[in-house]
Structure formats: C-alpha cells, structure tokens
Design a protein around this ligand. Structure first.
Ligand SMILES: [Zn+2]
Length: 268
C-alpha cells in the first residue's frame, strides 16, 4: 500500500472522471488524502472521503485564498481565486467527520507579493490553533516564505509543544531548515518535482527517512515518466521510487516506511 499524502481530486481538473481515478487508486491500493484550499474544496474533500474507504480529507484556507489573485485551475487556465476569510466555526463543524485527518493546506505564500503578510500569518496561526484544539496535524503550504514559516512554526511550537505536529508539503527549502523542522518533529513531503529536478537530493539524502512523506500534489507536478500529462495519486509510486534511489534503499523499503510515516502522522 502507498498513500498519496497530498492530492486534489476535489479540484475541477478531476471533475469529469474522478470516480474512475478513485477506482484506479482502490485497485492498486493507493490511499489518498484530498486537501482543500478553501471552504468549498474542503467540504468536497470531506464528502468524497465519507463516500470512499481509501480516501481522507484535510481542510483549511490556503494563504492564496486570503486575497484575490490569479491561480492555475489545473487545466492550464488562469482563474481569479475565491477570497475567503478563515471562519473557525465553519471548519470546526466540518472537522466533525472522522475522515478529516489534517488541517491544511495552510501556511504562507509570498509568490504574488507580501502585501498581506500580516493577514497570512494571522490566518496561519488561527488554523494552527484549530489543529491543536482538534488534535490534528497541519499540512503546511510554503512558497517563497521559508524563513517566516520556520519562525511562526518554531514560535507556536514553543506554545503548544507535543500537541502541535505536521508536515511541510511540497518541500522546497534548504537542508538546514528541513533539519530544524525535523528536530521539532515536523515531517517534510516530496512530490514529482524530485523526479526531474536534482535540487532536493541533498535534503533527501541527509535527513532521516522517518521524517519523509510522499505525495503527488495532483493535478500538478506530474512526475517522470508522465510529464506533460495530468498528475494523479497512482503516480506517488514514482516519487517513492525516486526517494529509494536517492537514499540507496529498495523500492519496497521506501514505500513501506513512507506509508508508515503517513499512517502515523495522520492516524489512519
Ligand atoms: Zn496542494
């Protein structure tokens, strides 16, 4: 069994054939955590998870949804993002489903500028608190903001201790930051990027496998050998195989340990 710890089958790119994609996952024993980026997609992730055994959900407001901006809809079209302010009550309600295994994706994204930095940090902290109150891990999104994300997480960690745990998804930071995240118990997750860019080999090689998770972030970031096509959870296999190659261990070992790591963090 493998678990894709960060997928978006709840997004429009899968609108037409999501049931077939889910069936392929079930046939090949690939579990999927569908991650929401706003209320609508969070709710959809929960509904899908309630319906299918091998699916789980993460719910939260992505930093990119705190202000209007252009986003890729997963089919190559740029659309205006829906603007949402984090409403704790609504997410608290959604989290009553037993299939909700994380709060995410939450975090900081300075790719389109830092004007609303204060607001992003505030929404991130509020969602960390929600996760702690619900005894759930956080699935963290970070783009062009590693220094700040490290600061917020280490600061909040001092406040919440063991109750605060999580994963930095699609890890693109440097090795020294990954080591600090691991020291405070946070995992880092890798996706298809590692199959075609060599920039993260050093990080993967030098951190303990017990802190590494595999994901796809589908529909984006399709791994080799399917570059150019839509990504899907089944391809998490190629991510696990690349981790095996970089760490010089067997594919079975990499699959087994990354799956155990996912089960432990998300309690599934
Ligand atoms: Zn994502």
């Amino acid at each position: 069994m493998l678990i894709d710890t960060h997928a978006h089958l709840n997004f429009n790119a899968f609108r037409d054939d999501v049931e077939e994609v889910i069936k392929r996952c079930a046939d090949q024993k690939v579990g999927v955590i569908n991650v929401g980026s706003e209320y609508k997609t969070s709710k959809r992730a929960v509904e899908m998870a309630e319906k299918h055994e091998g699916l789980w959900a993460a719910i939260g407001v992505h930093p990119g949804h705190l202000s209007e901006r252009e986003i890729d809809d997963g089919e190559g079209n740029l659309i205006r993002s829906a603007v949402e302010k984090f409403d704790r009550k609504k997410y608290f309600e959604l989290a009553k489903s037993k299939k909700v295994v994380a709060i995410g994706e939450v975090g900081l994204d300075y790719y389109n500028g830092e004007e609303n930095k204060k607001e992003q940090v505030e929404a991130f902290k509020e969602q960390i608190k929600l996760a702690v109150d619900l005894d759930l891990p956080i699935a963290v999104h970070c783009r062009n903001a590693y220094k700040d994300i490290l600061e917020v997480i280490t600061e909040e960690k001092k406040k919440y201790g063991e109750k605060m745990r999580g994963v930095i998804h699609s890890y693109l930071g440097r090795l020294s930051y990954a080591q600090i995240f691991n020291e405070i118990g946070f995992s880092v997750a890798f996706n298809g990027i590692i199959t075609y860019a060599r920039d993260y080999d050093k990080v993967i090689k030098n951190i303990d496998l017990k802190y590494i998770l595999a994901e796809t972030d589908c529909p984006w970031l399709t791994p080799v050998p399917y570059r150019g096509e839509r990504n899907e959870p089944l391809y998490v296999r190629y991510v696990a195989e690349k981790i095996a190659e970089i760490k010089d261990i067997s594919n079975e070992e990499a699959a087994k340990v990354t799956t155990e790591n996912a089960k432990k963090l998300f309690k599934i």
